[in-house]
Write a protein that binds this ligand. Structure first.
Ligand code: MEV
Length: 320
């Protein structure tokens, strides 16, 4: 037996890591077949450690769950689904596990935490069973969990947390997005949880009520993604910022922004951001601002915190 996969008590152990993601453009529209662009957030990651138990039970431990109260079993269900999906792909023997999740990814902030947890679980169980899962198998595990966590999802989060480079995603198809010059973004946490499932459901209802208006907005959000590709390729910061500003206005029309997100977007623009928008499902969660250059990102962070952001992060987007 590989000693690296054995705890001091002799039980087999495994480790899996995964990072967060941010959607630069195209969220919500992507659910209806439009393209979207997402980037890896390497600075925000998590580690899942699994170790075999003698009693065939599942025990989950994570600071992620300290806020969970009466609805805990329901909320944990995607994780349990991910564990069973990963076990089904790796072992036919019944296996009890201690699962410990150590995550720096804020939960329910539109940063892909649920997809990242499922990817980490898949990789950790593959490591423990010495049956490493290939990217497609990890993706299958993530999608099994995401379907429960988010209901009808585009599949974008599952692909984004598995990619180390910016991607364009459309209807399950993934292509890398070349970036001509490093771009520095600042993420700001509104401090409010945002349920992606609820936000996606609200857009669906809005579309049922106002089909042509909502389809017009979705069409324009998709067109913005296609227009942005040239701007990424040339590193055209002002043009990308303008597209982000327009996208935020369109997401507001879809009623997925809120007063806090609008305030942070306004503060980012006043502080000199090239553009700013909500990112992810919205109705809580985070705002993403494009810094005019790397040197001014710290100032942007300070101004966003002054405007009420509970946390901020910088991330540089570049082609690997
Ligand atoms: C959530 O990160 C992104 C949404 O577009 C939902 C989805 O793509 O499934 C809001």
């Amino acid at each position: 037996m590989n000693p690296a996969r054995t705890s001091v008590h002799g039980a087999r152990t495994g480790i899996g890591r995964a990072h967060a993601k941010s959607i630069l453009l195209g969220e919500h529209a992507v659910v209806y077949g439009a393209p979207a662009i997402a980037v890896p957030l390497h600075a925000l990651d998590l580690t899942v450690r699994v170790s075999e138990r003698a009693d065939e039970q599942l025990h989950l431990r994570s600071a992620l769950f300290t806020g969970f109260a009466a609805d805990a079993p329901q909320r944990l269900h995607p994780l349990v689904t991910a564990i069973h999906a990963a076990l089904a792909l790796t072992t036919s023997a019944p296996l009890g596990l201690d699962v410990e999740i150590d995550s720096a990814i804020p939960f329910e902030r539109g940063l892909g935490s649920s997809a990242a947890v499922a990817a980490g679980i898949a990789r950790a169980i593959g490591d423990l069973t010495e049956t490493p899962l290939d990217p497609e198998a990890v993706h299958d595990v993530v999608m099994a969990a995401e379907t429960i966590a988010h209901g009808r999802s585009s599949g974008l989060d599952g692909r984004a947390v598995a990619s180390d480079v910016p991607i364009r995603f459309r209807a399950g198809e993934v292509t890398p997005v070349p970036v001509g010059a490093p771009l520095t973004f600042v993420l700001a946490d509104s401090g409010h949880e945002g349920s992606t499932a609820e936000a996606v459901g609200a857009v669906r209802e809005l579309r049922e009520t106002f089909p042509s208006r909502v389809d017009g907005v979705i069409g324009r959000l998709g067109a913005i993604v296609e227009e942005s590709l040239d701007r990424f390729a040339t590193g055209d910061v002002p043009a990308l910022g303008a597209l982000m500003d327009e996208a935020h206005g369109l997401l507001t029309e879809l009623e997925v922004s809120d007063a806090t997100l609008d305030r942070l977007v306004g503060a980012a623009r006043e502080a000199g951001a090239a553009g700013a928008k909500l990112t992810g499902g919205g109705r809580g969660g985070c705002v993403l601002a494009l810094a005019p250059d790397a040197a001014r990102a710290a100032h942007l962070e300070t101004m966003l915190r002054d405007a009420g952001a509970t946390r901020t992060w910088q991330t540089t987007v570049e082609t690997a």
